[in-house]
Every structure is written in structure tokens, then in C-alpha cells.
Design a protein around this ligand. Sequence first.
Ligand SMILES: Nc1nc2c(ncn2[C@@H]2O[C@H](COP(=O)(O)OP(=O)(O)OP(=O)(O)O)[C@@H](O)[C@H]2O)c(=O)[nH]1
Ligand SMILES: [Mg+2]
Length: 509
Amino acid sequence: MSLETISSWSRLSTGIAATLRIATEQADEELARRAVAMRDRMQVGENCAHVVFCGLFSAGKSSLLNELCGTQLATGAIPTTAIVTQLELPATDGRVVLLDTPGIDSTNAAHQKATQTALWLADGVVLVADYAHVESEGTLQFAHDLSAQGQPFVFVVHQMDKHYEVELPFESFRMRLEQTLSDWDIHCEKIFYTATPAHIAAPVLGAQRNDLPQLYQWLNGLAAQAQLLTAASLQRNLSAALRDFVQRQFAVAIEATELTLLETLGFVPFSPAEATSLLANFQQQQQDLADQMAARQTALNIAMDELRQEFVRKVELAQIAPYGTTERGRQYIESLRPGFRVSRLASRAKTEQGVTHRRDEFVTDLCNRVHQYLTLPVGNDLRAWLREAVPEDGEIAELSKYVDALGVPLDGPMVARVVNEGALLSASYPYQFVKDVVAQVKGRVQAQLDLFWDAVWQGRRQAVAQASLPLQQQSQRLDRESAALRGWLNVHQELEQALAELEGGLVDE
Ligand SMILES: Nc1nc2c(ncn2[C@@H]2O[C@H](COP(=O)(O)OP(=O)(O)OP(=O)(O)O)[C@@H](O)[C@H]2O)c(=O)[nH]1
Ligand SMILES: [Mg+2]
């Protein structure tokens, strides 16, 4: 059950008594003071609305009250009111009580405390500002805080005799003031423009505006709502007292998370809702950064893959064994067949020489073709690519080593190892043999190219990583900021939970 449901007077009484017990147990002086003030207020009864007049010193609070109540409170140009005085609004049967308070800008601790206590129990607030200082920061901040606390109040611009219509038309003044209040997120029920009659000097330069009768009427109208107002303000005050109490308990934890936020983010969010939306925004930003980094990496991989494939095809298409070369390969294989003789009468040694000769002829021819149609053009293309694509001379030099090393050391024994003795007699084998040799040669060149591209890829990857460093740093910064926001949000969630438990406990008692 939430606190809002404590609507009846008796339940409020139970809640306040329980709060007082908690305050005593926890030795929380402020909560105790508030609970006592609420209890005392309840004893006064629910049929009387308490309206607190407050504002900067010398705004004219006491003068205004004297006009409304026909009293003789002390007034003066220096800070005058030091204690809270209660006055009955005439013709309300004591159902509307007005409280005069010391200036809210008083530096005296006792004055501050007195005003604060009166405000805790206010069923309504009249915030009085001197015409000449109507937009002073002290007044606006105070009004902003009242609004934020949900405290109903009216704004009185007093000393209107200082207004000169010829200098500034009243309408312009009114519109400017309303705009200022709206800029400060201040929501008051009404604005009254008043002056103490004694100060209205005649003749005046402009139209005089004096809402004193309207202010009286508004205050008088509170009499009928006194019961409602009192219950609502006590309930609001009890909620606020409990919230402030829990906030004091969480103060150290909150301060620590705020400090972290100031160090990382540079500011503290206005509300948990703002923190949550910031977090969602940061998450989106991080996702975007991750996407950007991944896209760069993918683009690189695709580009590298295309290059590799382009050169794989160049090697595949290189004509290193045209008809003449294949013929020499065939002749070599035929010379290996059993019973082969270079000529009918040739000696064994002569035949062996013939075999070696055919093999060497094939190897020499193949070597030339590999150089001319494979390693030379492919190497040239690679060098051209390096010059075009790699910006750094040092890296070009490093990678050129792979290109310089491009080549297959073909010799007789190597070719001989390719021969498949078992297939020698097959009519098609000589062609298969040449194909096997070509495949081996191209396979080796492809392997060398692989090494080259691996080295290129490594360099490119480092370059991409280097270029992504600012993105990475941005992402790490977002990480830290998100963690700080989460820490702050967690403490606030814990606080809300503790408050809900406390309120729940009060109702259950
Ligand atoms: N010009 C002008 N002066 C006023 C008006 N009302 C009050 N004053 C003067 O303003 C000064 C301050 O008035 P107070 O009523 O003492 O003001 P206060 O807000 O009660 O001041 P503190 O009790 O010191 O906080 C006094 O000198 C009043 O005579 C008014 O309508 N016009
Ligand atoms: Mg006063």
C-alpha cells in the first residue's frame, strides 16, 4: 500500500507517530523535528489552512500582512522579522491563518530554521517579491524549488508603486515576468501585483495596479478548502520528510557516484529518467562505433580477398607449358619407358645421357617459360600495386622482398621426383606428367603469394586498427561514462526501494 492511500486523518496520525518512532530509533534529528511539527499541526486541527508568507528580506511581507489583517507587525528597510508570527485572516473564523516569516535569504541559522519549519507545515505559500528585485536569483530559485516539491503557491509582486508605466508598460512587464517564470520551470497558481496603500504616492506617473483585494479574496477562499488542504499538505510533508530522511541515509553513496559522474561525464543527470535516456543514447553510440569499426575491417577483408583472387587467377592463367614445352616433357617421359634406346646401337651410358638431356631440355624450357610468363609479369604487377597502394617506403621495401623471392628453383631431380613410375606405359601419361609439373610449379608460386598477401594483410590490419584508435577511445570513454551512470542509477533505485519499504512499513503498523 502506498503512502498516497493514507487519506484519512487517523491514518495520517498513525503514519506521523510511526515516523517519530523511526526518527528516535535512528537518532535523526531533522526527521524528529518534522514529525513533531506535523504532530503539533495535527493537534491544531484540520479546519484551518496555514498560509506562509515568505520571500527575500524587505520584500514587504510584514507590510502586506498588516494590510490584510489590520495588524501592526514591525516593518523596515533592514532585516526586520526574526520570528514566525501567526495572524488570523479577518472574517474567516480562524480558518485561515497567515504566517509571517524572516527573509529566506537570512544568514541567521535560527531564522532559517523558523522559516523552514513554517514551510514544512504550509497548506499554501505566498511568495512575496519586491517589484525592483522580482527577477532576483534567490526568489526564482526558491520558487523553482517550491514547484519541484509540488508545493502550491502564489507569487506576489509587491511595491508596485515602483512601477512607472511610461518606462515600461505593465503588459510588457507582466509578459516578461511570466516568461522568466516559465524559463525557470516555475508553476505558481496565480500572480498578484500589490502595493501598500501608504506608499502609493499621488500623483503617479502611470496606471497603478493593486491586487490587494484579489489577494484577500484568494486567501479567504482557502477557508472553504482548509480540511482538504491540510490533509494534502500533511501527506505531502510526510512523504517529503521520509524522502529527505532516506536521502540523508544514502547521501554518502550518492555523493560518491556523483563525484564519479563529474569526473567522467562532467555533470550529474537531472533525474533517473534523464540518466536512463542518456544510457540508451550511449549504448546506441557504442553500437554505431562498433559497426563502423567492423565495417572498416570487413571492407579491408573484402578488398584483400579480391586482390588475392585476382592474382590467383593470373597464376592459373599463366601459359608456362605451351605445345613446345609439353612436347619436351613428353619426350622425357618416353625416354623413361623400359626398353628405350637413343638409337638401336646406343650403349646404356649413351641412353642415360640421352634421358638426362631430354629432361634438362624440358627443365630449361620450362624454367624460361616460368620466368617469362609467370614470375616476371606477376612480380611486375605486384610491384606496381605496392607503389600504388602502400604509402610507406619502409613497408614497400619489406614487402618487395617477398616479390623478389618469387620463383621456383626447377632442376632435373625435382622434375624426376614428379614422375609416376607406375603410369609410364600409359599413352596419356606424358601429358599428365606435364600437368603435374605445372601444378607443382604454380602451387609453389601460389604459396609464395599467400605469404606475400599475409604480410600485406597484417600491415593493412594494423593500419585500420590505428585509424580506428579514436573510435576505440571514444568507445572506451562511453564505457566509463555508462558505468558511472549505471552506478548513479543503481544508488537511486536502491534509495527508491528503501523509501517504498519505509512507507509500506508505516502503513502496515
Ligand atoms: N515602495 C514601497 N515600499 C514598501 C511597500 N511595502 C512595504 N514597503 C517598505 O519596504 C520595507 C520592507 O518592508 P517589510 O514589510 O518590513 O518587509 P519584510 O519582507 O517583512 O522584511 P523582513 O521582515 O526584513 O524580511 C519597509 O521600509 C516598508 O516600508 C510598498 O508597497 N511600496
Ligand atoms: Mg517582516
